[in-house]
Structure formats: C-alpha cells, structure tokens
Write a protein that binds this ligand. Structure first.
Ligand code: ZN
Length: 574
C-alpha cells in the first residue's frame, strides 16, 4: 500500500476560507509585541541562564534579559506588558518520543489501566469495564480496551480468550497491553483474524496456545498482532475528536511539540491533513514506520513542507525488540524470573541481526535519520552493530540516530553510542511505574539499579533525551523530570541512586536537547531571541523543590506567541 502525497492541494475554496479565518484570528488577537517581566525564566540556553524577563514579537522571542532590558525594548517597540508575578517560565516541552494521538484513545476505547492511572485491579474489573462498553456497542463491532498490565492485577496474568468470551460472544473483543507489544482477543476476534490451531506463528511474533494444544489461547505477541492493530482504531468521527483532544491534553501538560512515533502511511496522511486544517492544536514531529520510510526512499512520498513548525516528518522508526515488562524485550542475560519453565529465556528481537543491518543501511544510506526502539541490551547490541555497519559503508556526519528507550544500555554500549553519535532517549518514568517489578521480577536488583542510565550518559557529556512514550504512560513532562531526578518507585524505593541527574539536566532533556534531537534547535527548545515563542508558566519553580517536581502544575501554555492553554479554563486534560 502506497501513501498518496498527503500534501496534495485541497479545494481552492477551502483554502480561501482557512486563510480568511486565520487572518481574522490574527488581527483580532491582541498585541503583537508583549513584554513578560518579573518572573524566573529558565531559558535553557547554552549557559543555563536564568533571567527575569523576555519580549515576544509575533510568533518569536525578540529579547531576553533583565526587567530593565526588556522594558527598554518594550518602550522602543511599543509593546504591552504582562507581569509574571514571580512565576517560573520554561520553554515549551518538546516530546522526544510518544505516539500522538494515542492519548486520545480513551475517548472511544475502555481504559484498562491499573491505579494510579486507572482503576483495574483484577480480571473481573477488566471484564466488567469491557462488558459495559459492549452493552453500548452495535453487535459485530469491535470492543477495544487499552492500558492493561498483567503484572498489576491480582491474578498476575494476561486475560485469555475465555475471559474475553465472558465479555461478549456477539462482539469481537480486543485488549491491548500497556506496552503496545501484546494484545488479547476473544474467540470471535480470533475467528475474524483467521487464527486457529493450524495457523503458524509469524516471524517475529507468537500466537500463544492453550496448554497441551495448538489452539490459540487469545494472547498475540508482537508481529502476531499486526492485522489486529487497524481494528483497534475508531471510525472517522471518533478519530477527529481523538486528534483534537490529544492535542489539547498535550498543551495542558505544557507540551508544545508532540511526537508521533511509528506512523503508518494512513496516520501520516491524517496527521498532515488535520494539522493543515488547524484541527490539531499542537506542533508535531512525525516518524514514519518502515512502510512510510520505504515510500520516502523510493520517492513515492514527499514530506510536507507547508509549515515545518506545525508538522515536520523526522526520523524513520524501526522497532528492534519488545518491552521488558511484556517479556518481549531482548536481553543479553536471562530474565530474573523467567515467564515460563525456561531459565535461559532472554526475550527475542523483531528482526535478525542481518535483517536489521540491511534495514538500517537502507535509510541511513538514503540520508535519513533513524529512531530505533531498543529496550533490552541484546537488541541494543544489534542496533549499534547495524549503525556501525551503515556508517562504515556510507560515512555521514551528525546523523543523530536515536535509540528509543535504551532502557538496559550498558556502559560499554554508551561508549559505542558516543563514538557513533547515537542519541539515547530514555523512558525514565519506568523507574516509577515499573521500577519495583523490574527489581523483583524482570531484571533483578543489580540490573534494575542502572536501567535508563541517564547519569552515565550525562557524565560522558553525551546528549540524551527522556520521554513519556504516551499513551504507554500519561504525557506528564514534569512527572518525567521528577522521575529522572529522584528515581523513586511506586513503593517509594530509590532505584539506582547513582543514576539520578540534576534538575537542570533533566529539564534540558525535555526542552533544548529534545529539540536538537529533532534537528529543530534553531527554532525550539530554549527561550532565546529569534526562537519560536513557545513557553509554559508553572505554578512553582522546579529548582526550589526537586523532590516534588511532579506536583508542580502548568498554569499557562503559549505557542507561537499565543496563549493556547490556561489552567482551569480548559475542558480537556482532566
Ligand atoms: Zn514508543
């Protein structure tokens, strides 16, 4: 399936209407020049400068400095003044990796998260929530739930087709695992996917079977859920609402640039059109999947350029392995507590090493940036081998290839990353959400203590970013910063104290370095003259209370010089 050019010209009348609306909005929308004074402005510039004021002209920052400097500018420029009242201002958060508009899924699908995100604590809760949804869903339509975590329910297991048959035998039912790397379907769902006892496991995936039988038990791992994924998405009306609410939710958390990692050609096209039409209120960096990457390399896809600050196509995303809490992360040493009887179980890769080398070479040699998902250290070995081979064959400067999650990166692998110019992007919130279980179940204490090793990267002077991977966990950049700074688990255990990083370093990883990772450092990531006026006003300063940064709230979000979120006024964001 080939994507048609998503930037094809829309009907002229529509274009005129939009231009007219934009013009009316721009002219009716307050002063063009504004001085913001009397705050604590963490500029995140190269010197980590903290100032009290800055001025905005149109959609850009015009001046940064003391109140006196900025007031002098305001007088010359005829700018109005807004007092920050001592509040802290940061550059708008730049999402280093997420799955926009994934957080909008709960607008149409059932929320199966465990506390503190949701309220599913046992299998019966899951069945009940899905049953309620089935009761309001037309027979034959899919009933879908997201966010389930087998390690957080009393039963400590995935549901099976039998559990989901108790939800309904008249609807196909699907439950997506919190990691996004596994799903479970009921009997009707299996039938619609054409999976039965005679179906072999696909390459890079597993169709789990009933004990002592070849009959599927409903659990589908990795590539076995590929045909299911399109069925998890809603119809057109729900989709529109989902994009908008995901955008509003991002802005309410201070995110001014959201990230859509692993966009298939249909999503790529939808993002482009909806963003162009002004229906997505946040800036986007989109990473096409392999299918989109292939179209790009073949010249069948041109990234849109109607406004690269509203939506830009960045790296090609490749998935190297699965998730460690789903037992599909690919480790060099066995899992601490194996999932079955095999004590040597290490998970598995998505691609053989040779396949991955060929894949990486294809995009690297075409001059593209790569973002490769790698959680387990064996997967990361393969990824680094592939990048090294590609560099040897086609040397390139400043590629900024990214290892997404980089969760179990070893010290020797950080060295290789530094030498190859590879950027690790850590999913540091794992220390909070799954840290306790990484210690006791998946990794064991020693390996868990150095998961997401941000301090090791910082000490090497390497650029690194941190991310929420929303909707795997909610998009909360301040909770993410708190996690990287404190590494406290849900049971309040400090996991790997020597991998904690200072507040400024963590803030940099969600602003300046994240913008740099996306090749957008000229326009985003810091409050400096000439950059886009994307910034947030916070309820309190992260510098003064490192241990409770997660309790700080975003009061206002400004995007391109316009106030697009005010706490208490928005309906979205909940
Ligand atoms: Zn992801």
């Amino acid at each position: 399936m080939r994507p048609s050019p998503p930037h094809a010209a829309p009907p002229r009348l529509l274009a005129w209407l939009i231009a007219a609306t934009a013009l009316a909005f721009a002219t009716g929308c307050g002063p063009e020049r504004v001085a913001f004074v009397g705050g604590e402005v963490l500029t995140m510039d190269g010197d980590d400068r903290v100032v009290t004021a800055f001025g905005v002209e149109g959609d850009r920052i015009a001046v940064v400095g003391s109140d006196a400097d900025v007031r002098a500018w305001a007088e010359r420029a005829g700018a109005s003044e807004i007092s920050l009242g001592g509040r802290t201002v940061l550059p708008g958060f730049v999402d280093a990796h997420g799955h926009f508009p994934g957080e909008g899924v709960y607008d149409f699908a059932v929320d199966l998260n465990a506390p503190p995100i949701g309220d599913v604590e046992k299998m019966e809760d899951l069945v009940e929530r899905l049953r309620a949804k089935a009761a309001e869903t037309a027979e034959g339509d899919w009933v879908v739930g997201f966010g389930f975590d087998d390690t957080l329910v009393d039963e400590r297991r995935h549901p099976t087709r039998d559990d989901l048959d108790r939800v309904s035998t008249r609807h196909p039912v699907a439950v997506s695992h919190i990691s996004g790397h596994l799903a479970v379907v009921n009997s009707m769902g299996l039938e619609q996917l054409g999976f039965d006892a005679s179906t072999p496991d696909p390459e890079g995936g597993v169709i789990r079977r009933r004990a002592g039988s070849s009959e599927p038990d409903g659990v589908l791992e990795e590539t076995a859920m590929e045909n299911l994924t399109p069925k998890l998405w809603p119809g057109p009306t729900d989709i529109l609402a989902m994009f908008r609410s995901a955008g509003e939710r991002a802005l309410s958390r201070g995110v001014t640039t959201a990230q859509s990692g692993l966009a298939d050609p249909a999503l790529l096209q939808a993002l482009d059109w909806l963003s162009w039409l002004g229906l997505i209120p946040v800036r986007l960096v989109v990473w096409p999947d392999v299918q989109g990457g292939d179209a790009w390399v073949a010249g069948d896809f041109e990234p849109p350029d109607w406004d690269v600050h509203r939506m830009r196509v960045g790296a090609v995303k490749i998935v190297g392995d699965g998730s460690i809490q789903g037992y599909t992360g690919y480790l060099a040493q066995p899992y601490h507590v194996p999932p079955g009887d095999d004590p040597t179980y290490r998970g598995y890769p998505r691609y053989s090493r040779e396949e991955l080398i060929a894949l990486v070479d294809r995009y690297h040699s075409a001059g593209l940036q790569l973002a490769i998902h790698g959680n387990g250290d064996a997967a990361i070995d393969d990824i680094l081998d592939a990048v090294e081979a590609a560099q040897k064959k086609t040397p390139r400067e400043d590629t900024r290839h990214i290892v997404i999650h980089a969760q179990m990166t070893r010290e020797d692998q950080l060295e290789r990353m530094r030498a190859l110019g590879v950027v690790p992007s850590f999913f540091s919130l794992h220390t909070f959400y799954w840290g306790d279980r990484h210690r006791t179940i998946f990794m064991g204490p020693a390996r868990a203590a150095r998961m997401s090793p941000a301090r090791s990267a910082l000490d090497r002077g390497m650029p690194f970013t941190i991310h929420c991977d929303a909707p795997v966990v909610p998009m909360e950049p301040l909770r993410l910063v708190w996690a990287a700074v404190n590494r406290r688990t849900r049971s309040d255990f400090v996991i790997g104290a020597d991998q904690r990083i200072p507040v400024m370093a963590a803030l940099r990883a969600v602003t300046a370095t994240a913008a740099w990772q996306h090749f957008e450092e000229a326009d985003k990531g810091s409050i400096e003259a000439g950059k886009l006026a994307d910034f947030v006003v916070l309820s309190d300063s992260p510098l003064g209370r490192p241990e409770s940064i997660h309790e700080i709230s975003v009061l206002e979000t400004w995007l391109g010089g316009e106030r697009v979120f005010v706490a208490g006024e928005a309906e979205a964001g909940g």
